[in-house]
Design a protein. Structure first.
Length: 370
């Protein structure tokens, strides 16, 4: 008998607004526990048409009633602790939160078991304050002081609310380290699921480099564009976000910005690209795993999840300064190295959906006694 049928379970997500990394993870977990009830701060159902989450109902918070919340929610971070604490999940035996901001702060009783799968402690309250303030135009002197005070209060709430979960899971060793630093708690690492089987490496790689990401400041897209402007090598950028107008002004003729593209187009580009480039510090980095599954060498900054994904010198290259100059050296250096497409493809198997489902369900059984 499945766990979901023997005990009631609530799965708490932060915001359901786009089908991205944490939502793919959510889909796998819901497939394991199909009878679970889903909770989220907001749910924009139309954005999930054609995905595994299509038709899935979610109980939402008071934030759902805010006009245009699907466009504004990231700027409403100070409201989120109140919203997550207002959601009532007391009737369930087990609560599973999937958290990269506030979901771990869901309130439970002493008779419930709360397991939190943490993608990162609230990054904007800890190590990305400046990015958050700049993105939402809160970095002016007077309003900036008030915003920083608010983020400091959020950081205090974040640390205190982390004690509410009985067990913590982390999506990488890097995240486990951040949990220890921010919350002074231990966690068990289970890497996220990646659909590595949808990639089929081309026999011959094409002569272009690829970057796939949401275009927000901390993803460092401007640094990548600057590097390729200087090298004059062909680069394709896939993704959308508030940084896109800036990148369109920066990019020279050797750089194509394609905006959002469906999974089939992304897979085709990864299968053919000469290299996949990345400059941000990621808690994990699903796009880097997907590139490896496509046999594409990954050239990335040597911090965060990249160090757990890329086998330096074999399936890609890691550079050690977060600058355009350091990336340029790595990209040009990669042209003189034999980076094995076959080894990259085999490397990605460590992060498969099947492996995740086995590890996650085994861990859940141990924690719940079932």
């Amino acid at each position: 008998m499945s766990f979901a049928m023997s005990k009631s379970i609530a799965i708490v997500h932060e915001w359901l607004n786009a089908y991205a990394g944490s939502e793919r993870q959510l889909a796998e977990i819901l497939d394991l526990y199909p009878h679970a009830h889903l909770y989220a701060l907001i749910h924009n159902a139309q954005n999930f048409i054609g995905t595994p989450l299509e038709g899935r109902k979610a109980r939402t918070s008071f934030m759902q009633k805010i006009p245009r919340v699907e466009d504004l929610y990231r700027g409403l971070l100070p409201l989120m602790p109140f919203a997550i604490e207002s959601m009532d999940v007391r009737k369930y035996d087990v609560v599973l939160s999937i958290s990269h901001a506030v979901a771990h702060g869901i309130k439970t009783t002493k008779d419930q078991l709360h397991i939190s799968y943490v993608c990162t402690p609230m990054r904007y309250a800890w190590h990305l304050q400046d990015d958050y303030l700049h993105l939402h135009r809160l970095d002016k002197p007077l309003i900036g002081s008030a915003a920083r005070l608010t983020l400091n209060l959020l950081r205090r709430w974040d640390r205190a609310s982390a004690s509410r979960a009985d067990h913590l899971l982390a999506n990488s060793k890097w995240t486990a380290q951040k949990i220890r630093e921010a919350w002074d708690r231990d966690s068990h690492v289970i890497y996220p699921p990646v659909d590595v089987n949808r990639f089929h490496p081309a026999q011959e790689r094409d002569d272009f480099y690829l970057f796939v990401s949401r275009l927000v400041p901390y993803k460092m897209a401007a640094g990548i564009v600057s590097a390729f402007n200087q090298m004059k090598l062909p680069l394709i950028v896939v993704g959308d976000g508030p940084e896109r107008p800036r990148l369109q002004k920066l990019a020279r003729d050797n750089i194509k910005l394609l905006g959002y593209q469906p999974d089939s187009v992304v897979a085709d580009l990864m299968n053919r690209a000469k290299g996949f480039v990345y400059m941000a510090v990621e808690d994990f980095g699903i796009a880097m795993v997907e590139a490896q599954a496509a046999g594409c060498p990954v050239i990335a900054y040597a911090r965060g999840g990249a160090t757990e994904i890329v086998r330096d010198g074999e399936t890609g290259l890691l550079f050690h300064e977060q600058t355009a100059e350091s990336m340029i050296q790595a990209v040009l250096g990669s042209q003189n190295k034999h980076l094995s497409s076959k080894a990259a493809h085999e490397n990605a198997a460590r992060f498969s959906r099947e492996r995740f489902r086995d590890e996650f369900s085994t861990c859940m059984r141990k924690m719940t006694g079932l």
